[in-house]
Design a protein around this ligand. Sequence first.
Ligand code: GLV
Ligand code: MN
Ligand code: MN
Length: 414
Amino acid sequence: MANQERILQDIEVLRRITEPCACGTQRPSYTPEYRRAVDYVKGRMEEFGLKTREDNAGNLYGVLAGSQEDAPKILSGSHLDSVKCSGAYDGIAGVLCALEAARMVAESGRPLRHPLEVMGTIGEEGTRFGQALIGSQLVEGSWGEAQLDAFRGLEDGLTLREAMQAYGLPGSTKGVCRRNEQVKAFVELHDEQGPILENEGVSIGVVENIVAISWMHIKVKGLASHPGTIPMSMRHDACVGACKLICAATDYAREHYDGEATVTAGKLEVFPGNTNCIPSQCKFTIDIRTCNGDYRDDLVRFIQEKKARVEEECRVSIEVCEGMRQSPTALNPKVQQCIEEACKKLGYSWRRMNSGAGHDAMIFARIWPAAMVFVQSHNGLTHHPDEYVPPKELAKGADVLYETFRLLDAQPDE
Ligand code: GLV
Ligand code: MN
Ligand code: MN
């Protein structure tokens, strides 16, 4: 069975590999802290006999040899980057539980037939560049050289290529894409990031679908002036325009799609930012999620329509730019079945569910049979320093990965 202490030790080490910040763990991609995390995980992989490498995107791989060298690989892992002021589990738990399952295979004295590759991907969160799933999209191949120059750091203005170079990579996508590789399956463990498993007292979530995600970057332009001299009816207040659009979109989602779709404005910047100044500009983001592509299209349509009305009402101009657009993803039924079989064998409770969060598995599902294992998140708290997975639930997740790998290994290759 999985060694709980071993997983926790690594969780706690990685929790502390963070940019100095007010709260939690903060580890954006291509930073010195990210390098330290990669070096730590790489060292742990090597201790247990995994052969490691990093690709030009900064993704980390560690392979445990199988008895049949040319058999397709079984892949498992998640991301090593984090959002701002994050907890210690989002992404990391998936890498460390995959590593624990690999250690269990290594220690069992019964190697798998298929090579087992543990992955730690980069740039999943979108924190630094406003674009998520960077490492996985470069591996999957829908991103290439063009994207390295197309996206810039939101705070430092460096292009993705420049950030890669500053991190010590060559600034090229050469050798990163793996879409032509034969892969048996990709299995990603993640904390649920929601309250359902814990509330129902169920240990394992077997994910069927991952939501569609749209990100919109919206800029409202008004006119700065004095807050005490300009009558309310004569203003061009950018912040009021932004707030009206945010409230309209969130109200619309609640009224029409409660439980089916979400709309969130998670980042809002007001310029010039004086207490005694009518805001001249307000930039904000909208994040839309739903497993139904039609609902997403309707929400995008609503925001575009409402934008025109707010422009008129608030005497402002509004630019809407759709930043990221991912379709809903159905995961592989055969791999889901293996995860359920593994739960049965171990006597762990499980249920099927959808994921409201985005994951690398949604990208890899385009080229490989992909599936996800969820473990409990205490109080559903995530993207928050107090994110917590009970250690015994984390160990159950690693056990499920181990048994799933054994079941996949026993199946003939197609
Ligand atoms: C990743 O955490 C996402 O769902 O945005
Ligand atoms: Mn996340
Ligand atoms: Mn994550």
